[in-house]
Structures are given as C-alpha cells and as structure tokens.
Design a protein around this ligand. Structure first.
Ligand SMILES: *[C@@H]1O[C@H](CO)[C@@H](O)[C@H](O)[C@H]1NC(C)=O
Ligand SMILES: *[C@@H]1O[C@H](CO)[C@@H](O)[C@H](O)[C@H]1NC(C)=O
Ligand SMILES: *[C@@H]1O[C@H](CO)[C@@H](O)[C@H](O)[C@H]1NC(C)=O
Ligand SMILES: *[C@@H]1O[C@H](CO)[C@@H](O)[C@H](O)[C@H]1NC(C)=O
Ligand SMILES: *[C@@H]1O[C@H](CO)[C@@H](O)[C@H](O)[C@H]1NC(C)=O
Ligand SMILES: *[C@@H]1O[C@H](CO)[C@@H](O)[C@H](O)[C@H]1NC(C)=O
Ligand SMILES: *[C@@H]1O[C@H](CO)[C@@H](O)[C@H](O)[C@H]1NC(C)=O
Ligand SMILES: *[C@@H]1O[C@H](CO)[C@@H](O)[C@H](O)[C@H]1NC(C)=O
Ligand SMILES: *[C@@H]1O[C@H](CO)[C@@H](O)[C@H](O)[C@H]1NC(C)=O
Ligand SMILES: *[C@@H]1O[C@H](CO)[C@@H](O)[C@H](O)[C@H]1NC(C)=O
Ligand SMILES: *[C@@H]1O[C@H](CO)[C@@H](O)[C@H](O)[C@H]1NC(C)=O
Ligand SMILES: *[C@@H]1O[C@H](CO)[C@@H](O)[C@H](O)[C@H]1NC(C)=O
Length: 564
C-alpha cells in the first residue's frame, strides 16, 4: 500500500468512527447549568404588596429544562438573611443524597452569603417534576417547575402535543409566611390559612386588584396542548378544572399512565399531573379553576383561583364562565374515584416493575396529637407523629452524620409497627394524645423490597395526608377506608399496573399501601407534604444501607457541601 491509499483508508476509518459516534453510540449527555440567586423581592397581589424570598425575583421561580440523561448543575447563591436549601422533588438522586436538599436531612443549610452547586444526573426519568425550598416554610414562595424531556429521538407514548405549558398551583399569604409559621409554633395552635390560591403565581380575576395578576394560556382552535400541572401549595389539596373542556391524564409524578379523560383532576401538594387538552370548543375565553379539596372539619382557604384559556382572536372583553361541574370541596367520593383510575402505562418500554415479594413489612400510624408546651397559649401545642414518634430535627445533617460515622445524632431504631394497637380509625380518642420525641431512623438493607402501609388514625381527628418519599418512586398497590386488615386487604392489591409516584394521598380515616425497592443508598426523608404537619413532626427518615458491589454505595460528598 502506498502512502496515499493508506491515508485514504485511515480517513475512511476516521469517517466511519465519526459516523458511528454520531449515530450509533448514545448521544453525549448535555450539562445544563443554572444560577439561582436567592433574593428578597417586592411582589404585589390582591391589593397587598410584600417583600418575600424568591429565586431571581420571579414567582414562581425559573423552570429547569433538562433531557433524560443530562447532568444538571444549579448553583444556588443565598443573598438573604434566611438559611436556604433547594429540593429537586421527585429526582431519584441515585447514591447522590448530597443533591437532594432537605435541611438537616441531607445537608446543612446554605447560609447567608454562601453558595452551593447542586450537581445531579437525570437518569431513567422523564416528565414533570418541580423544585422548592426545603427549609421552614420558604417553599411557599421559592419553587418552580422541572421539565425533563424524553431522550433524543424518543417520542411521548401519546399523541404529540402542538405546544406545552407549565401550570403551577400555589398559595398566597398577605403576611410573611415565616411569621405565619412562627405565630402558630409560638402559640401551639394551627397557623393562619392562606389568603388566596394562585395559578402560575396569580389569583385571577375573581380576586381584587387582579388586573395584572391573571394568567392566560393562548390557544389556537384545533390544536392540542400538554399542560404540566404542579401542586406547589403549602397546605392545600386541590381540584383543577377547565370550563367546557376535558383533560386526558397521561402522566403523574414523571411516570406515564394509561390515558383517561377527566373533567376535574385532583392533586395534593407535591404531586404533578400532565394532561392533554384539545382546543376544540367554540372559540372563546374559558376559566381554568383551582379550589381546595377538604373533607374534614379543619379550617382551609376555600377561595377559588382562576386563569384563562384564551382562544386566538377572541377579544379579552368576553367574560369567561366558571367550570360547571367542579366537585364540592368535601367530595371524598370524587377523589377516590379519580385515584382509582390511575394506572401505570406498563408498556414494554415503560414496564411497571412492582416488587411482588416483600422483604420488609412496615406499618406506620399517622397521628395528630397534643403535647405539653409550657410557653404555649394553652400550655399545650399541636403535634403530629408517625408510630407515635414526633420527629425532632437534628442540628447537623443526618446524611453527613451517617457518612462520616458521627455518633449521637440519631438512632436507627424507628419501629416497624405502632407501639400500641388500637381501633385506629374508630371513635375519637381522648386519652393517649401525647407523643414521644426522637430523631429515629429506620435502617433498610440494600436492594430489599419494602411494603409500607400508612394508616391514618382518629387520635385528634382523621385527615388526609399526602406522603412524599425522597430518593425513590414507589408503587401505590392499595388503599382503603378504615383500618388496614393484613389478612384481607393484600388480596385486593394491584401488583400489575399500580400508579408509580413519589407523593401519595392517605385518605382521611383510611390507609394506603406502597411498595418500593431500597436500591438507593443514603438517608431519605419520608414526610407529609402538608407543611403545617411537617412542622408538627409528621416525618421520619430511612437509612438505606450501602450494598457490597461497586456502584452500590453513597458517593463521596461534594467539596462545596455546606457545613453547619
Ligand atoms: C438569575 O440571575 C443571575 C444574575 O442576574 C443570572 O446570571 C442567571 O442566569 C439567572 N438565572 C435564571 C435561571 O434565570
Ligand atoms: C421593596 O419595598 C421596600 C418598601 O417599600 C423598599 O424599601 C425596598 O427598597 C424595595 N425593595 C426592592 C428590592 O425593590
Ligand atoms: C456559584 O456562585 C458563586 C457566587 O457567584 C461563585 O462564587 C461560585 O464559584 C459558583 N459555583 C459554581 C460551581 O459555579
Ligand atoms: C453523573 O454521570 C457522570 C457520567 O456517567 C458521572 O461521571 C458522574 O459521577 C455522575 N454524577 C453523579 C452525581 O451521579
Ligand atoms: C393571623 O390571623 C389573625 C386573625 O386574622 C391576625 O390577627 C394575625 O395577625 C395573623 N397572623 C399573622 C402572622 O399574620
Ligand atoms: C369559605 O369560608 C368562609 C369562612 O370560613 C365562609 O364564610 C364562606 O362561606 C366559605 N365560602 C365557600 C365558598 O365555601
Ligand atoms: C359536603 O358539604 C355540604 C355543604 O357544603 C353538605 O351539605 C354535605 O353534607 C357535605 N357532605 C359530606 C359527605 O360531608
Ligand atoms: C386552647 O384553648 C381554647 C380556649 O379554651 C380552646 O378553644 C382551644 O381549642 C384550645 N386549643 C388547643 C390547641 O388546645
Ligand atoms: C372501630 O371503630 C369503628 C367506628 O367507631 C367501629 O365501627 C368498629 O366496629 C370498630 N372496630 C373494632 C375492631 O372495634
Ligand atoms: C404515645 O406516647 C405517649 C408518650 O409515651 C403516650 O402517653 C401515649 O399513650 C402514646 N400513644 C399511643 C397512641 O401510642
Ligand atoms: C436486587 O434484587 C433483585 C431481585 O432479588 C435482583 O434481581 C437484582 O439483581 C438485585 N440487584 C442488585 C444490584 O443487587
Ligand atoms: C443557619 O444555619 C446554621 C447552620 O445550621 C445555624 O447555625 C444558624 O443558626 C442558622 N441561622 C438561622 C437564621 O436560622
């Protein structure tokens, strides 16, 4: 071979290698970088202006866009007097609890003047999730959407929408939320309920001074829209409807579902729902409406927030109508029926990998309680508990203590069952309303399968509770009213295509059974996503052990991890 032809061969080899790299090997994952500046901002709603904590002055905050497989780095710089952390709600963070965010669970707070870069990979997930502050009640104003697109060249498993929009549902207080929480804590009473609900930060035209504060989604007749709906409210479970239109549910908590049509959807704080909406009605202006779901006798902000579905070419002078058929605030039946329709897609590409056998059975009772408090108004304070334990936040982060082998921060003896058996959902109990306090974790062996039954009780009052598990998705295999019956109820489980999610409602006076595989070592928070209950202690953490193999242990902490 002469020089020229050998060069030619080399060139051809190079070209083939390039072609291979471009078309055969998986595309190089992108690195998506974001800068979040935590700042005080003046925001005005409902004729009230207040100074509140935001990311970059926006409320809701900026959306994080990523693609499945990307690496995301969000550098959070704290310019305010409050300590801050950000949680990437629903991101699995495999081996990487350092980027999960709950204060004193996986990290110490980012203190005033400091920065921390959350660095994580988006692996095996696509859909709508969200981010929020995970310290005190700051998530009321510090939150935003996370949109994870499917990998390049992978279509949605439903008809391609013409356009997409994020719809973030929230709660607005005229007062500083930290003052609201503090007042409740000092008095030992329930903190004030919110003053309004919001859609993309805006209460809409049914509220005073709303001229500038109405969100409108512009649509064209005949087109289909993917709405990525997020319940970012602090304490309220919500209904969402669009007048004159139905919604096709296609995804919850970033997992695909079997599609079904509904006129109203229900989401609890922490949950997300993607729906397809076709603009196929008489061109006009239609209200999107949000109102609370509340089926027990506790005070709730009962105001309706609205936004507008605006068909192109229709003058803004047209007055929209409210949805005709929204369920009543106390419609337990509607909510049960809606959740019963949720099913994993369970296709060949997106199988529902439900654990069929269980290594560890857990039963946790949810209690609302009254504990002594000398300085409180009545000499007592409202509290909450799991298995009669009110969780006490440590002063250093649990994951750091675990990884560094620090002693005396927590004990790993959280009980698998409640200390006493009683008629959990029977007539209200007047005795035994106190709790024990502790920073107790439940240790779970690597790769074991866990079934957790969350059982509501009538200790002070029954109530529905959306529970969120960090670091994992789980399958909702069963739910029911009354007391869970281990001899009868498991026979009714759905082990084929149950919904897979990261936050699930436990019905008032009922129970919910979830299953998951403990394949993500670290310390992972489990808590009620009603912030009022989290503050009262309705939380605990799992210590998921390392495995023995490579890639089965917690990664080393990043260099800029905040210190306490
Ligand atoms: C936030 O503001 C900073 C400083 O102006 C800017 O560099 C950054 O890009 C902004 N981040 C987002 C997500 O908009
Ligand atoms: C917010 O409003 C207060 C009081 O009106 C004012 O002192 C402050 O400068 C404003 N802050 C910003 C960031 O605009
Ligand atoms: C984060 O932002 C701070 C403040 O601007 C800067 O000092 C730091 O280098 C940034 N970190 C990263 C990883 O970008
Ligand atoms: C993210 O993925 C890259 C490439 O596989 C890897 O080097 C890095 O360690 C991963 N980061 C985390 C936090 O898992
Ligand atoms: C809570 O509501 C009460 C009654 O409306 C009011 O007096 C109090 O100032 C509110 N607390 C806060 C922190 O706004
Ligand atoms: C909302 O609650 C207030 C006070 O609790 C009550 O007066 C009002 O009638 C309620 N409104 C609706 C629509 O239920
Ligand atoms: C729901 O509330 C309405 C009044 O708003 C009441 O008439 C009805 O009895 C309540 N239903 C239930 C199941 O509590
Ligand atoms: C505190 O006392 C008042 C007045 O006796 C009573 O109405 C209220 O229910 C009590 N609250 C708690 C949390 O015990
Ligand atoms: C539990 O309480 C409910 C309601 O008070 C009652 O109907 C039921 O019979 C009780 N169950 C047991 C096992 O005592
Ligand atoms: C919970 O623990 C407290 C304190 O030990 C005790 O007084 C109470 O009876 C217990 N309640 C239940 C339901 O186990
Ligand atoms: C976890 O357990 C499952 C079922 O026993 C097994 O198939 C799988 O290989 C295990 N994974 C690891 C990483 O050990
Ligand atoms: C912020 O966090 C640090 C570290 O945990 C703590 O020492 C400090 O008291 C906190 N500051 C505030 C204002 O809460």
């Amino acid at each position: 071979m002469d020089m020229a032809s050998s060069r030619h061969v080399l060139l051809r080899l190079l070209v083939s290698a390039l072609v291979l790299a471009l078309f055969v090997l998986p595309a190089q994952a992108d690195v998506k970088r974001y800068q979040f500046d935590i700042v005080m901002s003046n925001v005005s709603r409902l004729c009230h202006e207040k100074t509140m904590v935001t990311v970059n002055g926006s409320y809701p905050g900026p959306t994080i866009y990523a693609r499945e497989g990307d690496r995301v780095i969000v550098n959070v710089t704290n310019h305010v007097k409050y300590n801050m952390t950000i949680h990437w709600h629903g991101l699995k963070q495999r081996r990487n609890g350092w980027a999960d965010g709950p204060a004193y669970v996986t990290q110490c707070p980012i203190q005033s003047g400091a920065s921390y870069a959350y660095d994580f990979n988006v692996t095996g997930q696509r859909g709508t999730l969200w981010w929020h502050a995970h310290i005190a009640w700051l998530r009321a104003t510090v939150h935003g959407a996370i949109v994870i697109l499917p990998d390049r060249g992978v279509p949605y498993p439903f008809p391609k929408p013409d356009a997409e929009a994020e719809i973030i549902l929230g709660e607005w207080w005229h007062a500083d939320v930290e003052a609201v929480e503090k007042q409740g804590r000092t008095l030992g009473m329930a903190p004030n309920t919110s003053d309004a609900h919001t859609i993309n930060g805006k209460p809409g035209p049914l509220s005073p001074c709303s001229e500038k504060h109405t969100y409108a989604l512009q649509v064209q007749w005949g087109k289909t829209y993917l709405l990525r709906i997020i319940n970012a409210a602090v304490n309220d479970e919500l209904f969402f409807s669009i007048a004159g239109h139905t919604m096709m549910v296609v995804e919850i908590d970033a997992t695909y579902t079997k599609p079904f049509v509904s006129s109203t959807i229900q989401l609890s704080p922490g949950q997300t729902t993607n729906v397809l909406v076709r603009a196929d009605q008489r061109p006009g202006r239609y209200f999107m409406a949000v109102k609370p779901f509340n089926d027990v006798q506790v005070p709730v902000d009962n105001k309706t927030a609205t936004a507008i579905l605006q068909y192109a070419g229709v003058p803004t002078s047209v007055i929209p109508a409210l949805p005709q058929l929204m369920p009543a605030t106390n419609s337990t039946g509607y909510v049960t029926a809606f959740h019963d329709r949720l099913r994993s897609l369970n296709s060949a590409r997106y199988p529902a990998d439900v654990p069929r056998t269980v290594d560890r059975h857990l039963l946790y009772t949810i209690g609302l309680n009254i504990d002594p408090c000398e300085t409180c108004l009545n000499g007592s304070r409202l509290a909450a508990s799991l298995n009669n334990i009110t969780f006490v936040m440590p002063r250093v982060a649990l994951l750091q203590a675990h990884y560094g082998g620090a002693r005396g921060v927590f004990t790993a003896d959280f009980p698998d069952r409640p200390p006493a058996r009683f008629n959990y959902t029977g007539v209200p109990l007047t005795a035994g309303l106190g709790t024990s306090l502790g920073t107790r974790l439940s240790k779970i062996a690597y790769n074991s399968t866990v079934e957790l039954v969350l059982q509501d009780t009538n200790l002070l009052s029954v109530e529905s509770h959306p529970f969120h598990l960090h670091g994992h998705n789980f399958f909702v295999v069963g739910r029911g009213v009354g007391n869970f019956d281990p001899s009868k109820d498991p026979a009714k489980y759905n082990l084929v295509d149950p919904p897979e999610r990261n936050t699930v409602g436990v019905p008032a006076g009922g129970w919910t059974a979830i299953r998951f595989r403990a394949d993500n070592p670290g310390v992972w928070f489990l808590h009620c996503h009603l912030e009022v209950h989290t503050s009262w202690g309705l939380k605990m953490a799992f210590l998921m052990e390392d495995g023995n193999g490579p890639g089965e242990s917690v990664l080393p902490p990043p260099k800029d991890l905040p210190k306490c």
